[in-house]
Design a protein. Sequence first.
Length: 117
Amino acid sequence: MSYMLLIIEPPGQRAERGEAAGREVYDQMLRYAADLKARGKLLGAESLTASHDAARVQVRGGEPSWLDGPFAEAKEMIGGFFLLDCDTREEAMAIAEACPAASWCTVEVRQLGPCFC
């Protein structure tokens, strides 16, 4: 089964951290990803840029509308993800619990499912 760990962080947290602390956090996440890959659990992982680089798109009544970030109403942002291959939900939860980011933000565990669009 495939699971996604969404790394949900407060906006601005990266900037507040500073360069040296940011490098240490990034290195922790790289080691975590390398361990998951060595165990055969990692299908993919990426960090996402801050919301000021993002855009939102909606199409309503055939009319598109765009909103460039940052998004003032956002209380949190998705900072990255890990895509996992796990045998059970419990295994995915244990992997999420071991994620270094769980100590400075929230790690959301989601099972991938079919899209019934």
